[in-house]
Design a protein around this ligand. Sequence first.
Ligand code: HEC
Length: 191
Amino acid sequence: MKPLALALLGSALMAQGPEFTADGKLMRPNYREWIYLSSGLGMTYSAEAKSEASFDNVFVSPAAYREFMATGRWPEKTMFVLEIRKASGHGSINQGGHFQSDLIAIEAEVKDSAKYSDKWAFYSFGDTPGKPGDTARMIPNGSVCQTCHGKNGAVENTFVQFYPTLIEVARKNGTLKANYEAPVPAPESHR
Ligand code: HEC
């Protein structure tokens, strides 16, 4: 292959994982072309905190997804994006249920054992509605992000228990954390 073709191929592959600016900020990828894992609707993590319902959409870098499907493990340079959008009720012909609308926030998570003391690092592209930044600084170690993900994620720091096509792969490969507790299904009357 000619050097130029190799360089182009290299940059195409690079774009499938985390990319950083010269001063170390994480660049917002074109994650809508990555692998979509699932959406949460109005998920809240404490009994009292009930904010307005929103959707969160989870995307993962394609190379990391393929490796996970084969081994149940996240390789180095795995990158996740959590896109949070408003849940709207009335609009156009819709009479019931919810659809996704305005962007609320974009968050990210990167695995790099050599670079981060906690292996995984968290980033937020900002929470200005509709205007997330193009770059994000790492959220310092010891954040609530790290505490909750580290304690409750089913595979390493990640919430594989909420991604229906991945949980079975982790189970089959024996990569679920020893202290992982499966979500308790709602009683019949709540379905
Ligand atoms: C109290 C627990 C909790 C805290 C605090 C928290 N998260 Fe999460 N996070 C979750 C859950 C649960 C999911 C799964 C969402 C779904 O199923 O749609 C998730 C998913 C994610 C994902 C998708 C990849 C994954 O790990 O499964 C990213 C990226 C993410 N969160 C970033 C952050 C960032 C950045 C912060 C801090 C600013 C943060 N989170 C704080 C519970 C938490």
